[in-house]
Design a protein around this ligand. Structure first.
Ligand SMILES: Nc1nc2c(ncn2[C@@H]2O[C@H](COP(=O)(O)OP(=O)(O)OP(=O)(O)O)[C@@H](O)[C@H]2O)c(=O)[nH]1
Ligand SMILES: [Mg+2]
Length: 321
């Protein structure tokens, strides 16, 4: 199962307390102050990694706690600072504050780091409070609490191109034809239930393509499988909009999808979108000619009969300069 959103609590370490202590010297029962400072509490740090591609490591554990700092010691010794807790998240993770909805960090590159919860400062020992007129200070301060934050991690798979279209148009057949993917193909709607990534290699160029479950009218209101997977398209460079060439009303089918993406995010409609008519093996010459006249910028392919697949690959290259 693809885990693409998790809610978790991150808690940084508390600072160690500063302490009250006195020097032990021969014949002097209570020497000068020598209480040391507490160590800093550890922070929680998020680090992006390409080696992960899901959020499944956060599926069962909901609380992550970094170490507290150690309290101070006699002889002015500091307590040890806590060791920062580093949590790996996949590249493509967006972190938001659950309470305010504020976007805190968007991990787009390998090894990006973000301190999400800062550890508390250590307290001061009584050694700091001595003055010439106040030689036996009993003041000290406690370590400060670390920050605690409730966050949501959301994974947006990063792809260059997204395949969109009505169910059964042949999106999965197309990703299988142009990439190394092995997506499930079915002669029924919604055979794809989770996004699938595939890689198309041309020379030393690699283009990542994502195949999404089909959209239907009302997807933005949760119809069909809804529009929840469209968030994975927010970073794509372009869309391949797949239409079943045998559809009795291709113009209307094209509009339904365009409207659904507009309703999801109106900026997506301005992104380059290549229309791809699939299943042309089922059309006769006249029908194909008519369709070509109506949609001059489109590509006409058959994923199953492997017609015009190279032309489609060239288009994909043009869309991802
Ligand atoms: N004749 C013909 N059939 C095709 C072609 N491409 C796909 N099909 C068939 O159309 C049906 C749907 O194909 P899929 O690739 O699963 O379609 P999809 O768009 O991924 O469907 P969803 O995942 O349900 O949205 C399957 O029965 C395929 O075999 C084609 O070029 N020609
Ligand atoms: Mg599919």
């Amino acid at each position: 199962m693809l885990v693409d959103s998790v809610d978790i609590t991150l808690k940084a370490g508390k600072g160690g307390d500063g302490i009250v202590s006195w020097r032990h010297e021969k014949f002097i029962p209570k020497g000068g102050p020598d209480g040391g400072d507490g160590g800093r509490g550890a922070s929680v740090v998020l680090v992006a990694s390409h080696n992960l591609d899901t959020l499944s490591s956060f599926r069962y554990r909901k609380l992550f706690h970094a170490e507290d700092g150690e309290r101070g010691f006699a002889k002015k010794m500091y307590g040890k600072a806590g060791e920062d807790l580093e949590l790996l998240v996949p590249v493509g993770t967006l972190v938001t504050n659950q309470e305010t909805g504020e976007e805190l960090f968007d991990f787009t590159e390998e090894n990006q780091r973000f301190v999400i919860a800062k550890g508390g400062k250590g307290g001061l020992g009584n050694v700091h409070f001595a003055t010439s007129t106040h030689q036996k200070p009993t003041e000290h301060t406690l370590g400060q609490p670390g920050e605690t934050i409730d966050v949501t991690f959301e994974l947006r798979l990063i792809a260059d191109i997204a395949l969109i279209g009505l169910p059964n148009a042949g999106k999965s057949s197309i990703i299988n034809a142009v990439t190394d993917a092995d997506a499930r193909i079915g002669a029924y709607p919604f055979s794809t239930t989770d996004p699938i990534l595939g890689v198309m290699r041309v020379g030393d160029k690699t283009i990542t393509i994502i195949d999404l479950p089909g959209l239907i009218e009302g997807a933005h209101q949760g119809k069909g499988l809804g529009d929840k997977f469209l968030k994975h398209t927010q970073r794509v460079k372009a869309f391949l909009h797949v239409i079943d060439a045998t559809d009795p009303d291709t113009a209307q089918s094209e509009k339904i999808i365009t409207e659904e993406i507009r309703k999801f995010d109106k900026t997506l409609v301005d992104r380059p979108r290549q229309l791809v008519f699939n299943k042309i093996d089922l059309l006769n010459a006249d029908e194909l000619k008519e369709l070509k006249k109506q949609f001059k910028q489109a590509v006409f392919v058959s994923a199953k009969a492997k017609i015009n697949i190279n032309e489609l690959r060239d288009k994909i290259l043009e869309l991802t300069p």
